[in-house]
Ligand binder design. Structure first.
Ligand code: HEC
Length: 105
């Protein structure tokens, strides 16, 4: 969590904002995001490989682009643990570096 918050502030907060609320119609929220909390593998792919095209989050369609940020497996695990346990989210199953490294496109 301590490492994850630093990654979040450096790489994610510009777009997803300080409380993970996103920007209406442009950047999807992380706070209470059904996509993030219900699609563990797909969410990991977004952060590891980037994402563009249509994506539905909490019933709203977004059609933007998020580029991959070239984070290491450990950094991705840390930031995933942070965002899935912040902004009202809670996730008991920790992300690990091994899990991140196993995910393929
Ligand atoms: C340049 C702005 C930008 C940055 C920086 C950014 N994102 Fe995103 N993110 C987006 C956009 C835009 C989408 C939706 C892409 C689409 O419409 O296909 C998205 C989608 C997501 C999603 C899946 C949808 C959801 O809201 O649950 C997750 C998870 C996510 N981002 C996490 C992160 C994390 C973690 C970081 C930092 C490591 C990060 N993002 C950095 C713009 C950004």
């Amino acid at each position: 969590m301590d490492r994850g918050v630093i990654i979040y502030e450096d790489f994610c907060m510009n777009c997803h904002l300080v409380d993970g609320e996103g920007v209406e119609n442009v950047i999807p929220p992380l706070a209470l995001s059904d996509f993030l909390m219900k699609n563990r593998e797909e969410s990991l792919k977004v952060v590891k490989f980037g994402q563009s095209g249509k994506i539905v989050v909490n019933g709203k369609t977004y059609n933007g682009t998020m580029t991959a940020m070239g984070l290491t497996g450990q950094e991705i695990a840390d930031v995933m643990n942070y965002i899935t346990n912040s902004f009202g989210n809670s996730n008991a199953i920790k992300f690990t570096e091994q899990e991140v490294l196993k995910i393929e496109k």
